[in-house]
Design a protein around this ligand. Structure first.
Ligand SMILES: [Zn+2]
Length: 361
């Protein structure tokens, strides 16, 4: 049995999820429970819609006697109508109950023959009120989608949250020795490659160029020498970006990107930062990630991850690649559209880089 109280920080990419609400039984959930809707789709994805800012607890229980494995999730607030829904395929049944006062529990019980991989079970925050858990193994057993309520309805009410324009006071940023460090900033894509194109034509290339330039300004004010791999809208291959950084013998390389889901899934939002190798690379990514999370308390934490992206793999100095949100995500796109938010991201990344330079050199 495991309990993961910090669900938002344990994220994995769920690939290939196609969620279709047409298959769902549409029953309104009338209760004070934080659970507003749920759906278990035929490809094994459990999607949950909750009130914004809900804290969830998820559990796994191995099979006992004649009972199959169980996964359950506890939500704050009480359900008015406990009930059991008959499952199909590998799912025996789904129960919605109130185990104790003030708690709603959603239990999925599998047939005794089903074996899940508990170490791979994670709940991913897709937006401030949408969650997803992949239940591997379900998809092979011709499971038919089941659910209650509409997952997408009312989703992400904070879409148009206004970010306050603030003065970015660089004196509040960590100090590093003047003229000591050289940082290469790499705005992803450009020119003929616009990168991801999201909601209402929001383009990754535009966002990352502006964020990179602003980041460069902030760092320059702190006495860091900054070099941009591109300063305008131009096509630039990956190799020259790396060569530039390597020739300059930069102290750090930071590539700025914005994310997208292949199916343009609006409910998928969040921040993630990548490194390729070494403790310094990890530390750079972690320091940046920490700051962007603080700057965007509502965007889900998709974690610091290792990846083999060319620009962070081929650069010879500690390198990180930051994904500052999904241009395809309803919540992130609304934020990324705002200049004040983009500046806030630049400021946060600058702070992360300075913190890294302070501790690692
Ligand atoms: Zn990109």
């Amino acid at each position: 049995m495991f309990q993961d109280p910090s669900l938002k920080s344990k994220l994995v990419l769920a690939t290939g999820l196609i969620f279709c609400c047409n298959f769902l039984i549409s029953l309104p959930l009338r209760s004070a429970s934080a659970l507003a809707a749920w759906a278990l789709s035929s490809n094994g994805s459990l999607t949950l819609r909750t009130s914004s800012g809900t804290k969830l607890d998820a559990f796994y229980q191995s099979s006992t006697n004649d009972k199959g494995e169980r996964v359950w999730i506890d939500f704050p607030g009480e359900l008015s109508r406990p009930r059991t829904l008959k499952g199909n395929g590998s799912v025996k049944e789904i129960r919605l109950g109130k185990p104790t006062r003030g708690i709603t529990r959603l239990v999925i019980e599998f047939l005794p023959s089903v074996e899940l991989e508990p170490s791979k079970l994670k709940i991913i925050g897709l937006s401030p009120n949408t969650w997803e858990m992949k239940l591997i193994g379900l998809e092979t057993n011709s499971f038919r989608s089941i659910g209650e309520g509409n997952i997408l309805r009312n989703s992400i009410k904070r879409t148009f949250e206004k970010i306050n324009i603030q003065d970015f006071d660089t004196s509040s940023l960590p100090n590093v020795p003047l003229g000591k460090y050289k940082v290469v900033i790499d705005p992803g894509h450009g020119g003929s490659d616009p990168g991801a194109v999201g909601i209402n034509g929001l383009r990754e290339t535009d966002i990352v160029l502006e964020v990179s330039k602003k980041l460069s300004e902030f760092l320059a004010k702190k006495g860091v020498e900054t070099i941009l791999t591109r300063k305008d809208e131009r096509t630039l291959d990956l190799q020259p970006r790396v060569t530039k950084a390597n020739n300059l013998k930069a102290d750090a390389f930071v590539s700025i990107h914005a994310n997208a889901t292949r199916g343009k899934r609006k409910e998928v939002n969040g921040l993630e930062t990548y490194y390729f190798s070494g403790y310094k690379g990890y530390s750079l990514a972690k320091n940046i990630h920490k700051q962007i999370l603080l700057a965007s308390s509502q965007s889900p934490d998709r974690g610091v991850r290792r990846s083999r992206f060319y620009v962070i793999r081929k650069t010879s100095m500690p390198a990180a690649l930051v994904e500052i949100g999904f241009v395809t995500g309803m919540y992130d796109a609304a934020l990324l559209r705002q200049k004040a938010y983009r500046d806030k991201m630049s400021f946060a990344i600058a702070k992360g880089i300075l913190n890294y330079l302070k501790v690692s050199n």
